[in-house]
Design a protein around this ligand. Structure first.
Ligand code: HEM
Length: 115
């Protein structure tokens, strides 16, 4: 199961890279495909994150999940997903949605590393 967990961590990190690349792509080419990349990557973060926690909580790997940290990360990830969905449906929506998405993503990276 360790190999599955590690593979999910890789997908989780690629999902983060996907959101970041979507944010960068939108800031240089606002009319490009960034909203779809961002939304699918945000969805991947929620799915891979929940799967990681599920495997760890089941005691199948050595990692011990911190439930408070996970709850905060999940809440933020859902906000990121909702904002990504808004940007996808309404690419012309205000800068607040875009900066909010970028900020909450950064917050989850900081929480993942420092908490
Ligand atoms: C925007 C959403 C998210 C971002 C940007 C993000 C980012 C990250 C990053 C950068 C790491 C690696 C940290 C490290 O190895 O030190 C990580 C690990 C992790 N994340 Fe997330 N995350 C997100 C959402 C979630 C969600 C929703 C969950 C769970 C519900 C979650 C659960 C985890 C877990 C369990 C790990 C530890 C993996 C390990 O054992 O190394 N993440 N996340």
């Amino acid at each position: 199961m360790e190999i599955v967990y590690d593979a999910l961590v890789v997908l989780h990190l690629l999902g983060m890279a996907g959101i970041v690349s979507g944010v960068v792509a939108r800031s240089v080419a606002p009319a490009g495909p960034a909203p779809a990349i961002t939304m699918y990557s945000a969805g991947a973060q929620v799915l891979t994150g929940v799967a990681l926690v599920g495997i760890a909580s089941a005691g199948l790997v050595a990692a011990e999940p911190d439930n408070t940290k996970v709850a905060v990360k999940l809440g933020i990830a859902v906000i990121v997903l909702v904002l990504a969905h808004i940007l996808w449906r309404r690419p012309e929506s205000g800068k607040g949605v875009f900066y909010g998405l970028a900020g909450f993503t950064l917050a989850n990276v900081v929480i993942a590393v420092f908490w």
